[in-house]
Ligand binder design. Structure first.
Ligand code: KIV
Ligand code: ZN
Length: 390
C-alpha cells in the first residue's frame, strides 16, 4: 500500500541539465535545454537544476529562460562559494516563481587543499557565502562537495554553520561514487541525530555511479532520513554518471512494500524523456539499462516468451505502460520457442495449424542461427517461401 503522508514524500531534484550536461560530450543547445526542462516540469520533477550560470553566457541565458518558462517545478542554479557566482546565479533564476540557489564547496582534505584554505578559513567562507545567498533568495541549498570523504567532526561543524546561515536543504554529495549503501544510510542518520538544527532542514543525497552503487546509495540515504534525491535522466553525468531518476523512482514505486516512500513523478512520462535526453545529449542508452534500456521489457528465450504470453508477471515486475511503453516486446531469435512464433504469426495475420507451425518453426530456427534477430519481414518471407513450395 502506498503511504502518502508528507514525512514519506521524497523530493526529486533533477540535475540532468547541470551535472548531466557536465558529462564530456553531452552539451545541449539552448533550445534542447528548454525542451528538456519543459518535459521535466511536466513529469512532476520538484526541482530542476537548470545549469551553472557563471559557467558561460550560454548557460546563464538557458537558466534564465528556463526560469521564465517554469510552471510547477522550482528552478535551481549552481554557484561556487563565491559572491560573484552567487549573484550571477540569482540573476538567472530570479524570474522563476519558485527558485533556489545551490552553493557548494569541497570540504574533504583533498578538496580543501585546492584553494589552500585552513578548516577555520573554509568555515568562514561557508558562513559568508550561505548568508549572502540567503539574503538574495529565500530557498538555499548548500553542499559540502566530497562529503563522503570529509572528516566526520568537520562535516558536522560546516553543516551546522550552513544551517545557521540560512540553508534549508543540506545536500550530502558522494562526489566520486565512493560510499556503499550501509555507509550511506548510516551517514545521513548520524548527521540528523548529531547536527544542531538538522531537524529543521531537508537532507539530500547526491550520488555518483563510479562503483555502480548510485541508486542503492541514494535509496539507502532515504532509509537513513534523506528526503531529497538528486538524479539525472538515464543516469547521465560525469564519469560513470549520477543516480538515474527512472531507477530510484521506479524502485520506490515497485518496492513500496519495503521502501515506504513516494515521489510526485508521473512515471508514464519516463520513456519519452529518456529518449529525448538520449537524442539531444548524443548519449545512447545501453540496451540492458534498467527501466529505459531497449531490452528492459524484451524477452527472447522460449521459456520466458511462453511465460510472458501466459502471464506477464512471470518475468516482469513492472508494467511497460507504467513507464510509458505500449507493451512488452518478444523479439524472435534462436532462443525463441513455438509459442512466440505462433503469437507473431497471428499478429502478422497468419493462422497456422500445428503441422504448418512445425514446418515454419524448423525453417525459422535455421534462419535464427544465421541472424541475431528475426524481423517481421523475415517471418513474412518464410511464410511466402513455405506457401510457394506447397
Ligand atoms: O558531485 C558533486 O559533488 C556535485 C556538487 C556540485 C553538488 O555535483
Ligand atoms: Zn555531482
Amino acid at each position: 500500500m502506498t503511504n502518502t503522508s508528507d514525512k514519506d514524500r521524497v523530493v526529486i531534484f533533477d540535475t540532468t541539465l547541470r551535472d548531466g550536461e557536465q558529462s564530456p560530450g553531452a552539451t545541449m543547445t539552448h533550445n534542447e535545454k528548454l525542451e528538456i526542462a519543459g518535459l521535466l516540469d511536466d513529469m512532476g520533477v520538484d526541482i530542476i537544476e537548470a545549469g551553472f550560470p557563471i559557467a558561460s553566457e550560454g548557460d546563464f541565458n538557458a537558466v534564465s529562460e528556463i526560469a521564465k518558462n517554469s510552471r510547477n517545478s522550482r528552478i535551481c542554479g549552481l554557484a561556487r562559494a563565491k559572491t560573484g557566482d552567487i549573484d550571477r546565479c540569482w540573476e538567472a533564476i530570479k524570474h522563476a516563481e519558485k527558485n533556489r540557489i545551490h552553493t557548494f564547496i569541497g570540504t574533504s582534505p583533498l578538496h580543501r587543499a585546492i584553494p589552500n584554505l585552513s578548516m577555520d578559513e573554509m568555515a568562514d567562507v561557508i558562513h559568508q557565502t550561505v548568508t549572502h545567498a540567503r539574503n538574495l533568495c529565500d530557498n538555499v541549498q548548500w553542499s559540502p562537495m566530497d562529503a563522503t570523504r570529509t572528516e566526520w567532526d568537520y562535516l558536522c561543524r560546516v553543516i551546522e554553520i550552513a544551517i545557521k546561515a540560512g540553508a534549508s536543504t543540506i545536500n550530502i554529495p558522494d562526489t566520486v561514487g565512493y560510499t556503499a549503501p550501509m555507509e550511506s544510510a548510516e551517514l545521513i542518520k548520524k548527521l540528523i541525530e548529531t547536527v544542531p538544527g538538522a531537524d529543521d532542514v531537508i537532507f539530500a543525497t547526491h550520488c555518483h555511479n563510479d562503483l555502480g552503487m548510485a541508486t542503492a546509495n541514494s535509496l539507502a540515504a532515504v532509509a537513513g532520513g534523506a528526503r531529497q534525491i538528486e538524479c539525472t535522466i538515464n543516469g547521465l553525468g560525469e564519469r560513470a554518471g549520477n543516480t538515474a531518476l527512472e531507477e530510484v523512482v521506479m524502485a520506490l514505486k515497485v518496492r513500496n512494500d519495503i521502501m515506504p516512500w513516494h515521489t510526485g513523478i508521473d512515471t508514464k512520462k519516463i520513456m519519452h524523456i529518456s529518449r529525448r535526453v538520449a537524442a539531444v545529449s548524443g548519449f545512447a542508452v545501453q540496451f540492458n539499462k534498467a527501466i529505459v534500456g531497449k531490452n528492459a521489457f524484451a524477452h527472447e528465450s522460449g521459456i520466458h516468451q511462453d511465460g510472458m504470453l501466459k502471464n506477464a508477471e512471470t518475468f516482469e515486475i513492472m508494467r511497460p505502460a507504467d513507464v510509458g511503453l505500449s507493451g512488452t516486446s518478444l523479439p524472435l531469435g534462436k532462443h525463441s520457442g513455438r509459442a512466440a512464433l505462433r503469437d507473431k504469426l497471428n499478429t502478422l495475420g497468419f493462422e497456422v495449424g500445428d503441422n504448418q507451425l512445425k514446418d515454419v518453426f524448423v525453417r525459422f530456427k535455421e534462419l535464427a542461427d544465421r541472424k541475431k534477430e528475426v524481423f517481421d519481414d523475415d517471418i513474412i518471407a518464410l511464410m511466402r517461401t513455405g506457401t510457394d513450395d506447397d
